[in-house]
Structure formats: structure tokens, C-alpha cells
Design a protein around this ligand. Structure first.
Ligand code: BGC
Length: 710
């Protein structure tokens, strides 16, 4: 449909029809009557009115969605179809590693492939849009939703944000097999105070602008169709009614022209925040903030009409919001084909197709981190091995947002090992409480694999914890095993960087498997036995102790920096009981081969503003296995008008280097990379010295420097 036609359509719609387009409800209101509970009963919506709302969340399956859509075409006065949206976060039926694991791949291209596969699979089941990617920066692993983002670094998160959008949407969400993406939760939801979900965000303006906002902006620049408001307050105002955040930052500064949707009942929750007196005020303020869709509250549904009739809300705002929604429907091609890619044939062709199952395995090869290895890995198939821990046999390793996953398809570590390494001498004791007899067996093995960590029920929305440690039962298991066998390989599952100091202490090797998805356990098995050379890196610091949180590598220097990590220094910025540094820092990760870096060389040690220079290193694979190496470029502004982080990631490449071969990697440094909000809040680069570090971790000491001049 042309835009003129859309505008004509808008003009012909009644007030109530327009408002209905701004309403999103879950599928319980449609089809065979389902039980509606609690406040949802008070929405007082049924029959024809229900079949005129703009969008529905959380339902899937072509036949089911077709019957709902047919109801819309029949009942909506202008036959406007609904958009079907759902949380397809890291896969639809075929589940890929959780987003934090994808962050660990240090390969945004992987996320594009995953997004594309997920879009194809879910669109075949009739979906049109996903509430993904979650691009919230997270530096506190007490927050269970850190599992849904790609970690602690603004630059890396931004690259993943763009890739996810490209993966889901392609060049246009209207293309075959593509869906509309939604960047969430705007803004700074990941900064939840003390890691407690839904608590407030307490950030200074510079931290908000420089660290928390870039990933949303990257998604907007990549053309994301929707943005979701966050539950939290920013500067003490709930995001859904926060004019500065929505109008000034998102619409004006970032130039977002797409559909702004509230989080689930987030407009309604502004009352509980104590920021709105009633639902009418909430509706009015959310409209003034250009929130186009009210997800699962009845503020718009039951209160907007009065606000408009009384002139308290400008009718123009309603027209603008409604038009943005109609435009999205048009981009998706729904006026021509309301089912889009949904069909029985497509469901048969794409759901659990070989290509996606294979991707769920190869993705985990890139997301599984080798955190520690004293040489015990890779394991030798000729040696006697035992595997213990209930998580080794658990199917609850896809993730709490894998809401459409069918558990029977998930491969466990136990079944992967049995299938791939049938000839190996492995004793399976996949439980957390073991007998004396089993302990004897364990003591006679050459190596013991111990599965610890958290299953999917321990991370995700509302899953905050005060202690980010393994369970007491698992600690006891590890202790018992360690008492009779020193050759422990710990495999850690879970959706957050746990505090692994105790695990590290008794283990010869530690592998972070995350929640690897449908077929990810195959990858973990292959890494154990060296068929796959690990290449993943830490995307979010692993603390020594929960007391260190929040934690990130790119902190500001202190006026009293700790001289070194050896011991405690009185009246310096350090702890008396734990180191300052994390156990495993950002960017850390081991390989089965060794990479040696040359010194960093610069094309010039002076850079004029507006010009560029290049930084180069040569990397040699001196081990005897081919492998990928995430080469990381960090920059530090030595002296500026405001204090600048000790270093910041500004570039990344992940070349494949064959054993005994060398490769030169070069990065272009430009002025944009050096900009920050200065004393007057101008985004600018200041002249002076900049340090450059290139290496395989955020602690790389391979350094040089240059001067920026006018
Ligand atoms: C979550 C969102 C999600 C929405 C719809 C909310 O509770 O915060 O991330 O997209 O529910 O399921």
C-alpha cells in the first residue's frame, strides 16, 4: 500500500478504532475462551472490540494464528490485520546459545546468522515481530537478565545489537522469512540497582550517555523497527512516561521513527512507581512521550478516549502513533498477505530443519569459553574418565526465554558424550549426591568432569540473586570429588558469570558452557576432547566474590589506585579481603594453541583531528592446532577534562590462524573512537596522548601511544 493510501485509511478510522490499534494483548483474549485472571479481567474487552486491537503477543503456530487473523479481517471495521509478536530471543523452536553466550563468541556475525535462522523458523509459524534484541548493558551478574544481553561493554554490545537487527530484519522486515526486531529495554534497564530486577537506575548523565545508550543507538541506526520502554526509572521518572528519555533522546537525538512499545504493563506500573495518580494520567503522559503501543495494560484501551475528547491529549499524537503502527503493518506486507510467511509447508520445512540444528551446535563451538586449563584438556579418549553432576543430564539448558522450546529436543551433555564418544571409557554418574562406591570409581579415573552451575530456572526475568555462587550441594560434590581425584574439569552451566573462585581452586580446567541451546552440548563434548578448539572470550567479568559487583574492566581510574594486585594497601582503593580484579576478566579466554603477538606498530604517532592512523600487530600461532583468536583493540585517553576509563574496547577482529602461521591484523583509528562527553557535555575528542593496547584480553599489556592534535 502507498503511504498516501495509509494516510487515507487513517483518516477514515474512528477514534475508538485508532486507539485500539495502540493496544497489545496476549492471546488469552482470543480463540477458544481461556481463563483470564486478576487485573486482566477488568480490561473489559471482548468480542468485536478485541478483534480490533493492533497486535497480539506470545502466541504461535500457523493454524492457530491464522484463525485469530481471520477473526480480525472479519471483525475489524477496516479489515486491518493484527501483528503477532513474541519473545523469540535466541531461537524459536531450535534454540541457540543464550545472548550472553553469543556475546562470548566475540563474533557479532554469529548473532546475525542466529537472528536470521530464528526469524525464518518463527515466521513460518506465523509470527511477524520479535521482542529482541535485548541490548541492555549489564555489569552486575546478580541481575538474572544479564543472560539476555551480550555483556558489559558498550562497543561490543553495539556491534551485537546491529547484527541481531540485521539477522532478524534483513534489508527489510517485509522480505520472505524476515520479521521486525525490537530493541529493548529503553533505557538502562540493565543498571538495576544492586542487581535486583525492576529496581531503579541510578546513573550519572555521562555514564548513561556513554556506556548505556550506545547499543540502543546502534540498533536504531541499523534500522530496528521497534523499541521497547523499560520498567525502571531513569532520573527517578519511569521510562514509559519519561519525556527526556523518549522524546529528547530516543526520538530527537537518535532519530528513531519506528514504533515505540511499552513493556508488559509498564504504563500501568507508573501508578505503583508513585509517579501517576491514575490510569488516565499514565495514558496521557505515555502518549506525550510518543509510546505507540500499550502492552498489557488498559491505560490506552479504557482511558485514552476521554483524554482525547477532553483535549488533555492532542489528537494529533494519536494519529501519529496510529500511523507508525499502520506503517509497520504495511512494511511487513500484512495488508496484502496477513499471514506473511506462516504456512503449514513452511513450518514443515523450517522448524528443526537440519541447517538450524547444525547452527545450534556450531554456534556453541564459538560461545563455550575455556576459562582455565593447566594442560589437562583436551581429554584423551583412551583415558578413564568419570562425569558427575545432575546438570550433565539436564535438559534445562536452553534458557528461561526459550518459551517455545520443546524440551525433548534438547541434547544433554551426557547424551552428547554417549553419542559422539561411544568408544571412550566414560563412567556416567550424573547426579549431585554420590555414594562411597561411586567415589571409589571416581578415585580410579584419570580425569573427572564435574557439571556445576545453574539450570535455566535460575536466570532470566525476575531471577535476581544476592549470592552469585554455585549451590551448597554442588560445592559439597566438588569437595568430595576433589578429596579423591585432583584431575577435575569443571563444566559450568548458567546464564550469568558466577563467582567461581572455589570452583577454580579445585579444578585443573574450567569450561563455561552457559545455556548452550538445543544442540550446544555436542560442542561442549567436542571441546572436552579437542575436536573443537575453543575461541570464546569473557563478555562480562567473572567476579572473585559477589561483593565486588558491579564490576567491569573499563572503570575510571581512582585518585588512589592500588599499586598492584599482590596484597592489600591501606588508604588505597582496594578491598581488604579480595582482589580488585575479577577472577576472569573481560576478553579472557583460552585456546588449545598459543598465539604470540608482535609489538603494536602505528602508521604515525601523531594523528590530526579528522584524519586516521592505523595500528598493526602480527600474530603467530605457535602451538600445533589451528584456531580463531579474538584480537582486541583498546584505547585509553591519558588526560582529559573529565576522568576517562582506564581502557575501552574500540575494535575487534577474529581471524583464523593455522598452526605455525602468522597473520597481520590492522585497525583504523579515527576521531570518532576518541570522543566522549567533555566538561560541558559536548561530545568531542580532546587533543593529547592516547594509549593503544592490542591483545587477546582486556588485560593485554602490548602497548604504544600517539598524540591527537588539532
Ligand atoms: C519483559 C519483556 C518481554 C515482555 C513480553 C516482559 O515481562 O520484560 O522483555 O518482551 O515481557 O513477553
Amino acid at each position: 500500500m502507498t503511504d498516501e493510501k495509509l494516510i487515507e485509511l487513517l483518516k477514515s478510522m474512528s477514534l475508538s478504532e485508532k486507539i485500539s490499534q495502540l493496544v497489545q494483548l496476549h492471546g488469552g483474549y482470543f480463540g477458544e475462551a481461556r481463563q483470564l485472571t486478576g487485573p486482566e479481567q477488568q480490561f473489559n474487552i471482548s468480542g468485536k472490540r478485541a478483534y480490533s486491537i493492533g497486535s497480539i503477543l506470545g502466541e504461535c503456530g500457523f493454524e492457530h494464528l491464522k484463525s485469530i487473523q481471520d477473526g480480525f479481517i472479519e471483525n475489524q471495521p477496516h479489515h486491518i490485520p493484527a501483528i503477532f509478536m513474541a519473545d523469540v530471543i535466541h531461537g524459536f523452536r531450535t534454540i541457540f546459545p543464550v545472548p550472553i553466550a553469543q556475546g562470548a563468541s566475540f563474533n557479532p556475525g554469529l548473532t546475525q546468522k542466529i537472528g536470521s535462522a530464528a526469524a525464518r523458523e518463527c515466521s513460518s509459524a506465523g509470527l511477524h515481530a520479535t521482542f529482541s534484541p535485548m541490548v541492555d548493558l549489564a555489569r552486575d551478574s546478580r541481575w538474572g537478565r544479564c543472560m539476555e544481553g551480550t555483556g558489559e561493554d558498550p562497543w561490543l554490545n553495539s556491534r551485537f545489537a546491529e547484527s541481531a537487527v540485521k539477522g532478524f530484519q534483513g534489508d527489510s522486515c517485509g522480505e520472505s522469512g524476515k520479521i521486525a526486531a525490537c530493541a529493548k529495554h529503553f533505557a538502562a534497564y540493565g543498571s538495576a540497582l544492586a542487581g535486583r530486577d525492576y529496581s531503579s537506575s541510578e546513573l550519572c548523565e555521562r555514564t548513561l550517555m556513554e556506556d548505556y545508550l550506545p547499543s540502543y543507538e546502534a540498533a536504531v541506526k541499523a534500522g530496528v523497527e521497534l523499541v521497547m520502554t523499560a520498567f525502571n526509572t531513569v532520573d527517578r521518572i519511569p521510562c514509559s512516561i519519561n519525556k527526556k528519555v523518549m522524546r529528547k533522546i530516543l526520538r530527537e537525538k537518535m532519530g528513531f521513527e519506528g514504533v515505540l512499545i511499552s513493556d508488559y504493563n509498564a504504563i500501568g506500573e507508573t501508578l505503583a512507581h508513585g509517579a501517576c495518580a491514575d490510569k488516565s494520567e499514565a495514558a496521557r503522559r505515555a502518549m506525550n512521550c510518543t509510546v505507540d503501543i500499550d502492552m498489557m495494560s488498559d491505560c490506552y484501551l479504557n482511558h485514552l478516549e476521554d483524554e482525547i475528547n477532553s483535549g488533555r491529549v492532542d489528537a494529533k499524537l494519536l494519529d501519529e502513533a496510529c500511523l507508525r503502527i499502520l506503517r509497520l503493518k504495511n512494511k511487513l506486507g500484512l495488508f496484502e498477505n496477513p499471514y506473511k510467511d506462516g504456512s503449514i509447508e513452511n513450518e514443515k520445512e523450517y522448524i528443526y530443519c537440519d541447517e538450524f540444528l547444525k547452527l545450534s551446535r556450531t554456534a556453541a563451538e564459538e560461545t563455550t569459553i575455556l576459562l582455565k586449563n593447566n594442560g589437562i584438556l583436551p581429554l584423551d579418549t583412551n583415558k578413564r574418565i568419570a562425569i558427575v553432576g545432575s546438570l550433565a543430564a539436564s535438559r534445562k539448558i536452553t534458557g528461561s526465554w526459550a518459551i517455545f522450546a520443546q524440551e525433548e529436543h534438547t541434547v544433554t551433555l551426557e547424551s552428547a558424550l554417549k553419542e559422539l564418544y561411544a568408544d571412550a571409557d566414560i563412567t556416567y554418574i550424573c547426579k549431585d549426591v554420590i555414594t562411597a562406591e561411586e567415589l571409589l570409581k571416581i578415585s580410579q579415573c584419570d580425569a573427572v568432569i564435574v557439571a556445576v552451575g545453574e539450570d535455566q530456572s535460575r536466570s532470566g526475568e525476575g531471577k535476581s540473586v544476592a549470592e552469585t555462587v554455585i549451590s551448597e550441594e554442588q560445592s559439597a560434590l566438588l569437595g568430595l570429588v576433589a578429596s579423591c581425584n585432583k584431575n577435575i574439569v569443571s563444566i559450568v552451566f548458567g546464564g550469568r558469570p558466577l563467582c567461581l573462585s572455589d570452583v577454580d581452586e579445585v579444578s585443573s580446567a574450567v569450561i563455561e558452557a552457559w545455556l548452550p541451546g538445543t544442540c550446544g552440548a555436542y560442542a561442549v563434548a567436542d571441546i572436552l576432547f579437542g575436536r573443537v578448539n575453543p575461541s570464546a572470550r569473557v563478555p562480562m567479568s567473572f567476579p572473585y566474590s559477589t561483593g565486588q559487583l558491579p564490576l567491569c574492566y573499563s572503570e575510571l581510574p581512582s585518585g588512589r589506585p592500588k599499586p598492584n594486585e599482590e596484597r592489600y594497601y591501606p588508604f588505597m582503593s582496594n578491598y581488604m579481603d579480595v582482589p580488585n580484579k575479577p577472577l576472569y576478566p573481560f576478553g579472557h579466554g583460552l585456546s588449545y594453541t598459543r598465539f604470540e603477538y608482535s609489538d603494536v606498530s602505528l602508521s604515525s604517532d601523531v594523528m590530526k583531528k579528522g584524519e586516521t592512523i592505523t595500528a598493526e600487530v602480527t600474530i603467530k600461532n605457535t602451538g600445533d592446532m589451528d584456531g580463531f583468536e579474538p584480537v582486541q583493540l583498546y584505547i585509553h585517553d591519558v588526560k582529559a577534562s573529565v576522568s576517562r576509563p582506564v581502557r575501552q574496547l574500540k575494535g575487534l577482529q577474529k581471524p583464523f590462524i593455522k598452526a605455525d602461521e602468522s597473520l597481520t591484523v590492522s585497525f583504523t583509528i579515527d576521531e570518532e573512537m576518541l570522543k566522549f562527553y567533555d566538561e560541558d557535555m559536548d561530545f568531542t575528542a580532546e587533543t593529547g596522548e592516547f594509549e593503544v593496547f592490542i591483545g587477546g584480553t582486556s588485560e593485554a599489556m602490548n602497548r604504544t601511544s600517539f598524540w591527537l592534535e588539532d
